[in-house]
Design a protein around this ligand. Structure first.
Ligand SMILES: [Zn+2]
Length: 418
């Protein structure tokens, strides 16, 4: 009983502390949205990282800006430098990570970088995905510090660019240099999850298959090799594989039932030929395989490549370009840190969030690679993220600042108080 009322008291203190910072949280979110960190191509990263670093310093937190060496960047060359930003509160060998990305998908219109406030809603590119969430996490740290909540361990803030294009210049770099997830007991990232907690995401193998033939004019068609007709045979083989793949269903929660099936999408892009009256010398199509967390990435990749190999042995000339490859990740909803986050959300909002699998890729996969349980839970709505009228409800941003602070206080509570 005493325990429950002291928890209630803590939630209330945190809520009041956040309330005193509402104007700052709002203004900081708007300032972040006003920096057009569009990715691709990855613009204004240094400016945005500096803006965040200065805010951290004003709140008396350390801020370390790391410039990512060119060799970690896919393509490299002409791109602007990538910057990661690290901060921390507390010390000791247990780290709870607050992880965010400050890049945004390109705007539908330049207006999206002029943040607009109306009726408690802040509109602008990145407001939901995920600059509002970054502000919430930073002010969660500020409140934990201000209230001197005892921590057995530390909160590690990790902010990266390049999430929207695979993470090479952000999380992948931190992982490869041993900086990601060090001493981690858990990670939370404020993706726009529309009120649920994502505890899993699918992996991906995305590739372009180019089938080569030999060109010839229609009158001399017998001298050519028809790349389109060859591609059709190959597509039929992939369809057979797709039928086997679709029989496997994930046990992670995702609605509707059809969404549980493992995914093989054929022909998202397809192209070839030069004219109606010429034998096509080339035909290409994409294969997008989205792998459930329960499946073996290596085995599924072998199955895809085996289809290609079979046709190569028959003399087909086929090139394959795997342009995206990312592992799946999934953590039990019963994980104590996940339950602490769900309980904190209930204490602040009155509603306990459900756990679901994310339909897309998440940076929780990088933490999965170093064995740190990771979850996405943020103030934005998935329905508006990446869209032409992206926005975030400020009340949700404030609530999440309180939720993150409360969850951190619980997860990192000294043993006697846990
Ligand atoms: Zn995002």
């Amino acid at each position: 009983m005493a325990n429950r009322s002291s928890r209630h008291f803590l939630a209330e203190r945190i809520r009041q502390a956040v309330a005193r910072h509402e104007a700052q949280i709002r203004d900081f979110t708007a300032a972040l949205v006003a920096v057009p960190t569009e990715n691709p191509p990855g613009r204004r990263y240094q400016e945005c990282a500096r803006l965040i670093a200065n805010q951290l310093k004003r709140l008396n937190f350390p801020a370390q800006m790391l410039r990512v060496p060119q060799r970690y960047l896919a393509g490299g060359g002409q791109s602007e430098p990538r910057w990661c930003l690290l901060s921390t509160l507390g010390d000791g060998p247990r780290a709870l990570y607050f992880h965010g990305h400050y890049d945004v998908v390109p705007a539908a219109h330049p207006r999206q970088f002029r943040p607009a406030l109306k009726n408690g809603v802040l509109a602008g590119r990145g407001s939901a995905d995920m600059k509002g969430g970054i502000a919430a996490m930073i002010y969660a740290m500020a409140v934990v510090k201000e209230l001197r909540l005892p921590l057995d361990g530390r909160i590690g803030l990790v902010l990266v660019p390049d999430e929207e294009t695979g993470g090479a210049g952000g999380s992948r770099y931190l992982l490869e240099t041993g900086r990601l997830g060090r001493d981690g007991i858990a990670m939370f990232t404020p993706e726009p999850t529309s009120g649920v907690i994502w505890n899993a995401c699918r992996g991906a193998i995305s590739m372009r298959v180019v089938v080569r033939g030999k060109p010839a004019h229609v009158g001399l068609h017998f001298r050519g090799v028809n790349a389109f007709e060859r591609a059709i045979e190959l597509v039929h083989a992939f369809e057979a594989l797709k039928r086997r793949v679709a029989r496997r269903q994930t046990r992670f929660a995702i609605a509707p039932a059809a969404a549980r099936r493992s995914v093989l999408l054929l022909g998202g892009q397809a192209a070839g030929g030069t004219n109606f009256n010429a034998v096509p010398a080339e035909f290409s199509f994409t294969v997008d395989r989205r792998i459930n967390p329960e499946e073996s990435h290596a085995r599924e990749k072998r199955a895809l490549l085996a289809v290609i190999e079979r046709f190569r042995r028959r003399g087909f000339r086929i090139d394959v370009d795997i342009f995206q490859e990312e592992p799946a990740a999934g953590f039990p909803a019963k994980e104590p840190v996940a339950l602490a986050m769900a309980e904190s959300a209930r204490a602040i909002t009155g509603r306990a969030p459900a756990f679901e699998m994310c339909p897309g890729l998440l940076e929780i996969r990088f933490y999965a690679e170093c064995g740190v349980p990771a979850f996405a839970f943020g103030p934005g709505k998935l329905e508006v993220a990446h869209g032409p009228s992206e926005s975030v409800v400020l009340k949700n941003v404030y609530e999440f600042a309180a939720i993150y602070a409360l969850a951190a206080a619980r997860v990192l509570a000294p043993k006697s108080r846990r």
